[in-house]
Design a protein around this ligand. Structure first.
Ligand code: AMP
Length: 213
């Protein structure tokens, strides 16, 4: 049973690691960013409310986020665990989450701001399956997903100015959560600047040590 939260600044590789973990340990990845992008694309009420905030690098209101997370965690596939990717991001979200479920571990992928800016400017994502490509993991054919042949796109919020804004918001609103989880004895820090497979091996080793897998 893995009930974990992946934390770290935007572009630290949470999505990439969450996908690898999800495949290996057969637990769902719950990415509020992916859920919101889908809502934006489908022009739902939630999507319409979220779009402007996301494009500006700002956070979507806590109540909207925790509404979709609560619904998602209630689904059958979360009964044997889940990987929360990009949520909680504020103290009220963490409080709300506590009332929904127990958490076994919080992992921070630590990456310096300068490395993030470099990384995000080359990041591309698949429209269909949300697979992520970048400097290290390039698609075999430029602009096309290896998995399903769908076109890759650059997220509007991966432009440098928005990335800097997102980092500022992360430092201000999300970093304080790390202290909270540290005090609860749940926080484990992993270096997010290593190659993808090293990070994955480190995370897997921690899960083993903690008896979660
Ligand atoms: P991400 O893909 O996790 O970087 O999320 C992309 C954008 O979606 C963020 O910059 C926020 O605008 C919004 N978002 C995603 N998750 C949350 C969250 N937990 N709280 C507030 N806003 C969020």
């Amino acid at each position: 049973m893995i009930r974990m939260i992946l934390m770290g600044p935007p572009g630290t590789g949470k999505g990439t690691q969450a996908k690898l973990l999800s495949e290996k340990y057969k637990v769902p990845q719950i990415s509020t960013g992916d859920m919101l992008r889908k809502a934006v694309e489908e022009k739902t009420k939630l999507g319409l409310e979220a779009k402007g905030l996301m494009d500006a690098g700002k956070y979507v209101p806590d109540s909207l986020i925790m509404g979709i997370v609560k619904e998602r965690l209630a689904l059958q596939d979360c009964r044997t665990g889940f990987i929360l990717d990009g949520v909680p991001r504020t103290l009220p979200q963490a409080e709300a989450l506590k009332a929904i479920t127990k958490i076994d571990m919080v992992m921070e992928l630590q990456t310096a701001d300068d490395a993030i800016v470099k990384r995000l400017s080359s990041r591309r994502q698949c429209r269909a399956c949300n697979a992520i490509y970048g400097v290290e993991l390039k698609p075999r054919k430029k602009g096309v997903c290896d998995k399903d042949g769908s076109p890759l796109f650059q997220r509007d919020d991966d432009k440098e100015e928005t990335v800097r804004k997102r980092l500022q918001v992360y430092h201000e609103k999300t970093k304080p959560l790390l202290d909270v989880y540290q005090k609860q004895g749940l926080l484990v820090i992993v270096n997010g600047e290593e190659p993808i497979q090293h990070i994955f091996a480190n995370i897997s080793a921690v899960l083993g040590q903690k008896g979660l897998v």
